[in-house]
Design a protein around this ligand. Structure first.
Ligand code: SD4
Length: 306
């Protein structure tokens, strides 16, 4: 157990994101502020092709972003299929704090963002456009396992420098309050209008301040089908450790689709109220980052089923 405060997040880029969150947690700040600041780091990073600006587009060439955030009171906010805004997580937070709603999508989400001072930007980088044009030649939709982990599959992605994906982040503040955030450009070359698990409360992210929080990465359809993050939190409520709760959720995915599960990646990451954390994935190669007062740049390999 890391104790508190502590922040954990998915994949290699979690290390830099955790650092930004840590600055806030260390000063006694709110977990909600920490997770928002944390995930904004990869959102703005052009070198990663799966979150925020610079994300790979859908098959029609649009970069569409999904994100959600959840606080210690069970408040939540979410945006899906949001275009032209670099920081969907901050729009999601505004949806939570400034509207009577939980979720805004597409043109409505963009309208809300622009009305609240977000700048309209072009998120498709030359690199993203080149990858899309290469993809168009074969038009084969095949999610790449561990596209997120720098040491896996790098060579398989045309024109790809780094391989990253959804960032899910969970933080426990010094005062014992939990929050979480999740943000992504979704599966590269998805259908236009496709929404993954990442902005769906209970699927890509769930936080219950009595118990803990969980977040997911990988093929979102399987996470939605099993309401994965909610499942992990409820399993922790029943007494499972974060690692074992994540493992059960992975097993649920296998049970529902045994054949499909062999070919895709899904990973869960969880943090409980005591600052204990764990992860589990379908395939090897799911990395996650941990930051607490003893170690700021820890990158661990989650266990996997296969
Ligand atoms: C999605 N879960 O859009 C996201 C993508 C992801 O690792 O996390 N891939 O389905």
């Amino acid at each position: 157990a890391a104790g508190r405060p502590v922040v954990i997040s998915t994949w290699d880029f979690g290390v830099a994101a955790n650092r930004a969150a840590w600055t806030i947690l260390e000063a006694g700040g709110r977990a909600l502020d920490a997770v928002e600041a944390g995930v904004r780091v990869p959102e703005a990073d052009l070198a990663n092709v799966t979150v925020g600006k610079g994300g790979y587009p859908d098959r029609d060439g649009h970069v569409t972003l999904d994100a959600c955030i959840m606080d210690e009171h069970g408040n939540c906010g979410s945006v899906a299929a949001l275009e032209h805004v670099t920081h969907p997580i901050s729009v999601a937070r505004l949806v939570m704090e400034k509207t009577p709603h939980v979720m805004l999508v597409g043109a409505g989400a963009l309208q809300f963002a622009l009305e609240n001072g977000f700048e309209r930007e072009n998120l498709l980088t030359p690199e993203g456009e080149a990858a899309w044009k290469t993809w168009l030649k074969e038009r084969k939709y095949e999610p790449v396992i561990n596209i997120e982990n720098r040491s896996f599959n790098v060579e398989k992605i045309p024109g790809n420098r780094y391989n990253h994906d959804t960032i899910g982040m969970l933080a426990l503040g010094r005062n014992g309050d939990l929050s979480g955030a999740c943000t992504t450009s979704g599966m590269a070359f998805k259908m236009h209008g496709r929404v993954g698990d990442s902005p769906i409360i209970g699927a890509g992210l769930y936080v219950d301040n009595e118990v803990g929080g969980a977040t997911a990465t990988g093929v979102g359809e399987e996470v939605i089908r099993t309401v994965g993050s909610f499942l992990v939190v409820e399993l922790m409520r029943q007494g499972l450790s974060p690692r074992n709760a994540c493992r059960e959720a992975v097993k649920r995915i296998i049970k529902k689709k045994p054949e499909a599960a062999k070919k895709i990646q899904v990973g869960f990451l969880a943090l409980n109220k005591n600052g204990e954390y764990g992860a589990f994935s379908l395939q090897k190669g799911f990395s996650f980052a941990v930051c607490d007062r003893y170690q700021q740049d820890l990158l661990l390999d989650g266990e996997s089923m296969y």
